[in-house]
Design a protein around this ligand. Structure first.
Ligand code: PLP
Length: 362
């Protein structure tokens, strides 16, 4: 099997696994319990929260643990700030679908053909009712990195709250810098070699946030539910490693990704398009001029694991909303394939992937 779908999820890092295991069995306490077992769990959560806060340059009280990126996105786009939400049209489904549930409504921000959400585009989408602007740090289908610094400037000038989904950016971009530009960011564990089902919404002090999940007094009474202690410990460790190693990891995957794209261009010539501009180093989204039906299934049969856009909509026959937003036709938007490279990808796998593509398409 050749796994080139690291943007969908990544395997658990060994050190992360080691950090988590004590909290699955021996230290199983509920962090809200007022006894020694509870305190041991609470201390582990406090340590993880402090680590994440330090990495992001925020205070621990600004970190809210969630069940992953989807929950963090939903929470932000539905319950952050007041007024209408201006939402980039290339956001992850968790943001786009979540925003549809926002009481005060939402409106789209258009993108360029390269998938870029410019500050001018944000400006054009604002109305007197806009209170929240949602632009992801980097796109999960094309890898396009958004100009958050400029967008942040215009939001600050107009007193608008800026939320950014940083789920894909966390492995490669400087989160501390991004956090200075935003009022809130969303993170997820499993894209950075951490556990699935855990993430965080980080909201700066003074920014209005209403609760989404009612329950106990966890997370300053804003998010009820017993905390996923082992998950939180693993998530903090994964984020620490991802940010410490991001430049080295980026260099390595960029070399593999660029070699892959050179080879694909040599083989397919003008019949393949590399989508997106200003991209993360790990993603290659390709649109083939002609692609056989069920291309992904054919690639899978030959052992190549990739996605047709976002993993969570890979089984859908619908065209990618990201490609549609980037001006592609419905037909073109169905012919995209996302390859994403990770820490364990080898040169041999990249070479073999091109051979498999050739066998399935030419
Ligand atoms: N946001 C982006 C950009 C993503 O790529 C993903 C995962 O596919 C999510 C949010 C959802 O995160 P999770 O899988 O942790 O719910």
């Amino acid at each position: 099997m050749i796994y080139l779908d690291y943007a969908a999820t990544a395997p658990l890092d060994e050190e992360v696994f080691q950090a988590m295991t004590p909290y699955l069995k021996e230290n199983f306490g509920n962090p809200d319990s007022a006894h020694a077992a509870g305190r041991a769990a609470a201390n582990a959560v406090a340590k993880a929260r402090a680590t994440i806060a330090e990495i992001l340059g925020v205070t621990p009280l600004e970190v809210y643990f969630t069940s992953g990126g989807t929950e963090a996105d939903n929470w932000a786009v539905r319950y952050l700030a007041k007024g209408n939400a201006a939402v980039s049209s290339v956001e992850h489904a968790a943001v786009l679908e979540g925003a549809k549930l926002r009481e005060e409504g939402c409106s789209p921000i258009p993108t360029t053909r390269g998938g870029l959400v410019t500050a001018d585009a944000v400006l054009s989408a604002l109305t007197p009712r806009t209170g929240l602007v949602c632009v992801m740090a980097a796109n999960n289908e094309t890898g396009t990195i958004q100009p958050l610094e400029e967008i942040s400037k215009l939001c600050k000038e107009r007193n608008l709250t800026l939320f950014s989904d940083c789920v894909q950016a966390a492995g490669f971009l400087d989160l501390k810098k991004i956090a200075t530009h935003c009022d809130a960011i969303a993170l997820s564990g499993h894209k950075i070699y951490g556990p699935k089902g855990v993430g965080a919404l980080v909201v700066k002090k003074g920014v209005a946030l209403r609760p989404m999940i009612a329950g106990g007094e966890q997370e300053r009474s804003l998010r009820g539910g017993t905390l996923n202690v082992s998950g939180i410990v693993g998530f903090a460790k994964a984020l620490e490693k991802a940010q410490a190693d991001r430049i080295r990891n980026a260099e390595r995957v960029r070399a593999l990704r660029d070699a892959f794209e050179r080879e694909v261009t040599t083989v397919f010539g003008k019949s393949v398009t590399i989508d997106g501009e200003n991209r993360l180093p790990n993603i290659s989204h390709l649109t083939f001029e002609t692609a056989p039906d069920a291309l992904l299934a054919k690639l899978d049969l030959k052992g190549l694991c990739v996605s047709g856009g976002a993993a969570c909509s890979s089984r859908s026959a619908l065209p990618s909303h990201v490609m549609l937003a980037m001006g592609r036709t419905r037909e073109e938007a169905k012919r995209g394939v996302r390859f994403s490279f990770g820490k364990e990808t080898t040169e041999e796998e990249v070479e073999r992937a091109v051979v498999v593509l050739k066998e399935c398409i030419l």
